[in-house]
Design a protein around this ligand. Sequence first.
Ligand code: TYD
Ligand code: MG
Length: 454
Amino acid sequence: MPKNAMVCLRCGHRALQWLGRCPDCAAWDPFVEEPPIVAKNPKGPAKAGVTMLIGSVDPEPCQRIGTGLAELDRVLGGGLVRGSVVLIAGEPGVGKSTLLLQAAAGVEELGRGVLLVCGEESVEQVAARARRLGAPRRITLTPETEVGAIVPLMHGTDVVLVDSVQSLRASDSAGEPGSISQVRQCAAALTEAARDTGTALVLVGHITKDGSIAGPRALEHLVDVVVTFEGDRAHHLRTVRGIKNRYGATGELGVFQMGPSGLSEVPDASRFFLAERHKDAAGSAVGCIIEGRRCLALEIQALVMPCKPPAVPRRVAQGLESARVGVAMAVLQQHCRIQVADYDVYASVAGGLRAAEPGIDLPLCLALASSRRNEPIPAGVAAVGEVGLAGELRSVPGLPARVKELFRLGFATVIAPGVQGNNGAGDMGETKGAKVVGATSLGQALGILSRLGH
Ligand code: TYD
Ligand code: MG
């Protein structure tokens, strides 16, 4: 029996004993003994036996440092917090180094001291990129990757950005750089130094598509904030998502666009996602999701084509959960008599966004039905709502906000869960010419759509 817990190299799952297969990610033989973290108590030795009333504790207001990137700052809860650690996890090539450099430039321009640890690329490569992106020349760089050499540099520096945590080395820990023991030890040592010095620390961590490289997953419990940086290399869209935040809400989404001069922010993401929509194409429906505190309008596209036996019908979902697409097809088939079972079905969120919430059920079903019947959805009509297994429409949180966003974008009719002909959801900012049409079932929603089309 090992002295330390065992940890899965693939997903960071911890077990008390060696297991042949990880119960979390189902990888075979991924367990290694978890190296102990040699770190002091970050808050210093606590006095034994002290208790206090929660109301008597004065909460420390956290001091924020802006990165100059409003989309990133919002996901962080208002900027970087002194003495805290942020982990930015993303696949190689998504643009993490670019984001870090632009954040360094923003911090510097706001008059704060910033240090960029260049572990992945040489300082010359980073400097060349900085010139190309027009970043200020006063950003301090270091090629040091030994943690013992980086810690003293943190004193007196407001923000330290490390690219990447997998490139760091701790001489007092076993293993190669990037191994789980090295990554954990380096992150723990830098975290402790950040707490001591009040420096805001940002660590970049690589993950692969299945999240399998040791590192970021094993660091999540150690750091204060975890954000993922995502994007398909074939698309310009890049998103920052908060998945853990000790200093703010999670679930916030920041939207960027990658272009020849680096990342640019997309403040009106709804218009961005609808920009290339073909209004009169069959199989296109507009919906609205809530990400954090923001409503985002998006286009759901579907293509339903006959599949000749003996071929097995294909189902392809991009940016949507495949189970959700399966349920939408089953409900259309069973409750609305729209035959889709023997058809190839492709469904996606236009623009490369990932949408995983029940509010897109209704636009997804309408897009599938529209493609199957080859009847475009009338321009100016959008839809919001969850579709239940009985074909009923179910309400979704934040309906008034979603409807307002769709009205702002010029949609005149929004089909939403409610009593038919009456929205039943209070004030949704209806104006002259713009209205919410309530429906209680998917069948009713389809009926409303065909009446609107004639
Ligand atoms: P990079 O920041 O190096 O990614 P990561 O650190 O996550 O591996 O950027 C990767 C890609 O971004 C690269 O393939 C080229 C593209 N890119 C642009 O399109 N425009 C730019 O201005 C920059 C700097 C990069
Ligand atoms: Mg990089």
